[in-house]
Write a protein that binds this ligand. Structure first.
Ligand SMILES: NC(=O)c1ccc[n+]([C@@H]2O[C@H](COP(=O)([O-])OP(=O)(O)OC[C@H]3O[C@@H](n4cnc5c(N)ncnc54)[C@H](O)[C@@H]3O)[C@@H](O)[C@H]2O)c1
Length: 415
């Protein structure tokens, strides 16, 4: 039995001061304190809409919503939330500046958020700096866990800016750990790889919400608790022993890149077209967004990382001759409120064309935060129920644009 004073699940966000990070924290405080606030269309009270693990099921057949339906699913309202950022801006101030939430809600949580600790994040290390012999984020996780009395599972979520992909290839966890320890590949150990490795070594799950190539077979293997258990005490020279003490607890690594808005709707729309028996031929989509994430995507290397995961979403359906085009436009004025247009052209009976257009507007972080919450709550639940890494990856594949590990190739549809 858990001590009532202890917090069950923990969520550590890399990029806590970003739009998603501060929106998640504000949403959790709003729910925890049962806040209400004014909007142009009326008074709103806190809820977890969009988080399938937090809302009760509704309708005759149950449908989505698992809170109260699955025993042991943690409440996000009582989870501990923390994280790192490379920007020192206090979190309440960052929430105010990002203009995602209603001003009356921001006003109510700003002070408490300003007092929330931001752990100092890790960027690309200049070559003059010493190698990561102690892997600082391991220490951060351990200290944070103790400070916040978290006795449940912790999930570390990459919600920082998209990185340029790493060019290094590591085939085993030993090679990866050696490179992290000795810094032999210099910059090709990207910050996200440091956080992910630290999570594995602390027995925490890691979720790659960005589109860079943090996850690899070598990284996956590091999350396999059998690897960490079996390598214990083998040789003081083995790569793993350089990071002792480490945890042998079960942990998952999931990703890559949240399927939050346009890509999620596109998947559902193509599933619909396929269910009609039509043959999709052209999907032409355009995203307009003015937040910092989109600004970051104006560099070629980060854009390539994003385009890779955005274009790859229908792979397992093997729709031959599908012409899928994606364009992204940075429009600063519209801030976080993403607009997307998609035109679908398919072939119907006797090859006759069927065309439809969708238009969606929503704050980008309002789309994404529920997936971050669900990913962490599912990790906690699956670890507590000793679910295998492969099954956890398959069950959560719907959250990601490019499901990794054993979830590679799963049907991308929702129904
Ligand atoms: N919002 C969505 O709908 C959505 C969907 C899918 C994926 N994502 C991904 O989620 C991530 C976050 O999105 P956002 O809108 O919050 O971005 P953002 O630019 O508002 O926030 C990113 C934060 O990460 C911090 N950061 C950068 N490098 C860091 C590092 N090495 N360590 C710690 N902090 C670091 C930045 O200072 C910033 O505060 C992005 O990678 C984005 O592509 C977002």
């Amino acid at each position: 039995m858990k001590n009532e004073m202890q917090v069950s699940a923990g969520i550590l966000i890399v990029g806590l001061g970003g739009n998603n990070g501060v929106t998640l924290l504000a949403g959790q405080l709003a729910n925890k304190h049962g806040l209400e606030w004014e909007t142009l269309t009326g008074r709103v009270s806190a809820n977890w809409f969009g988080c399938l693990t937090q809302i009760p099921s509704r309708g005759v057949h149950g449908g989505v919503g698992y809170q109260g339906r699955i025993k042991g699913l943690a409440s996000a309202s009582s989870a501990a939330i923390g994280g790192w950022d490379i920007r020192p801006t206090p979190l309440g101030q960052a929430l105010y500046e990002c203009r995602v939430l209603e001003p009356d809600l921001v006003r109510q949580v700003r002070e408490e958020m300003d007092c929330t600790e931001i752990m100092k994040g890790f960027g690309i290390r200049p070559s003059s700096e010493s190698p990561s012999t102690t892997l600082q984020p391991m220490y951060d996780i351990r200290t944070w866990k103790e400070k916040n009395s978290v006795d449940g599972h912790i999930t570390v979520i990459w919600s920082a800016s998209v990185e340029r992909p790493s060019e290094a290839v590591y085939s085993t966890p030993d090679e990866l750990l050696d490179a992290i320890h000795d810094d032999s590949n210099g910059d090709d150990i990207s910050p996200s790889m440091l956080y992910a490795a630290a999570a594995a070594l602390e027995g925490c799950s890691f979720v790659n919400g960005g589109s860079q190539n943090t996850l690899s077979p070598a990284m996956n293997a590091l999350f396999d608790e059998a690897y960490r258990r079996d390598a214990s005490g083998v040789s003081p020279k083995c790569a793993l022993s350089k990071f002792a003490p480490y945890s042998t607890n079960k942990a998952y690594c999931l990703g890559t890149d949240y399927k939050a808005g346009q890509t999620k709707f596109k998947t559902a729309a193509v599933e619909y077209l396929r269910a009609l028996g039509l043959t999709p031929r052209v999907i032409a989509s355009s995203n307009h967004l003015g937040n910092n994430d989109m600004l970051n995507l104006t560099t070629k290397k980060t854009l390539n990382a994003k385009m890779r995961v955005k274009s790859d979403i229908f792979g397992p359906w093997q729709e031959e001759n599908l012409d899928h085009k994606v364009s992204v436009m940075y429009c600063p004025y519209i801030g976080d409120e993403k607009r997307d247009f998609v035109e679908y052209t398919s072939l119907g009976f006797l090859g006759s064309p069927h065309t439809m257009v969708t238009y969606t507007r929503c704050m980008d972080s309002i789309l994404c935060v529920p997936l971050m919450v669900d990913a962490a709550i599912w990790c906690d639940y699956f670890v507590n129920n000793n679910v295998s890494a492969g099954d956890a990856a398959k069950a959560t594949a719907y959250l990601f644009k490019v499901p990794e590990g054993d979830a590679k190739g799963v049907d991308p549809g929702f129904f």
